[in-house]
Design a protein around this ligand. Structure first.
Ligand code: AP5
Ligand code: MG
Length: 206
């Protein structure tokens, strides 16, 4: 933050907004937990996966582009994802804070997010990873795939490709946020309520 920007409003915003990154493999419970945390902490929940699925439902050009990647379990290219995310943040100027769910997923996205937030005198408060074994996640996703209509949940090879994308492109962000002293891990196995309690304790201790 530049000195010229140090006024009370920006100081309050910088120190008291809570902006969380919910991090974790496909099926780790990011969306499930975000729906509780947003109410509890009065935050705006932005899931890039949900935004893409809305575009797909509305048959927009972005939706058509995203679908070609999502159906294979591949990540959508960085720049369209970053632009979409920034646009969503810009539409919520009164927000008390955000939960970023499924974003950032690459180092380029993480760097873009830091820059974008810094321009708004905002920053990431914490990145919280929900940890769970692949086999449990595959079970959860295949189960949801029976009714969700999500093609990327219906085929184990596609799910494994989503894990592979995570391992190669997203996992390095653990080091990125650890270097910023912002990385926290939470056990993502247990009942949904147990995990919400773990997350709540952690967020209250930040
Ligand atoms: P996205 O929609 O983000 O999917 P994902 O992260 O691959 O997986 P999920 O959203 O399914 O996992 P989740 O952690 O939210 O778990 P959930 O709470 O749903 O992304 C989809 C695609 O969009 C990507 O593959 C990519 O193509 C594209 N995309 C999105 N963001 C992008 C980005 N930033 N860059 C590039 N491309 C991007 O839970 C899963 C299931 O488990 C549910 O059925 C739930 O009920 C169940 N469950 C949850 N918690 C528990 C529990 N404790 N016990 C038992 N069951 C549980
Ligand atoms: Mg999700």
């Amino acid at each position: 933050m530049e000195k010229s920007h140090l006024n009370w409003v920006s100081l309050v915003k910088y120190f008291f907004m809570i902006n969380l990154v919910l991090f974790g493999k496909p099926g780790a419970g990011k969306g499930t937990q975000a729906s509780f945390l947003k109410a509890q902490f009065n935050l705006i929940h932005i899931s890039t996966g949900d935004l893409f699925r809305n575009h797909i439902s509305n048959q927009t050009d972005l939706g058509k582009l995203a679908k070609s990647y999502m159906d294979q379990g591949d990540l959508v290219p960085d720049q369209v994802t970053i632009d979409m995310l920034e646009n969503e943040v810009d539409q919520n100027p009164q927000a008390k804070g955000f939960i970023f769910d499924g974003f950032p997923r690459t180092e380029a996205q993480a760097e873009a997010l830091d820059l974008f937030l810094a321009k708004k005198e905002m920053n990431i408060s914490a990145t919280i990873a929900l940890e769970a074994d692949d086999e449990i996640l595959i079970e959860r996703l295949l189960e949801r795939g029976k009714s969700s209509g999500r093609t990327d949940d219906q085929d184990e090879d596609k799910i494994r490709n989503r894990f592979e994308e995570y391992n190669t492109k997203t996992a390095p962000l653990r080091a990125y946020y650890t270097n910023q002293n912002k990385f926290h891990s939470v056990n993502g196995i247990g009942t949904i309520e147990e995990i919400t309690t773990r997350l709540t304790h952690l967020i209250n201790s930040l």
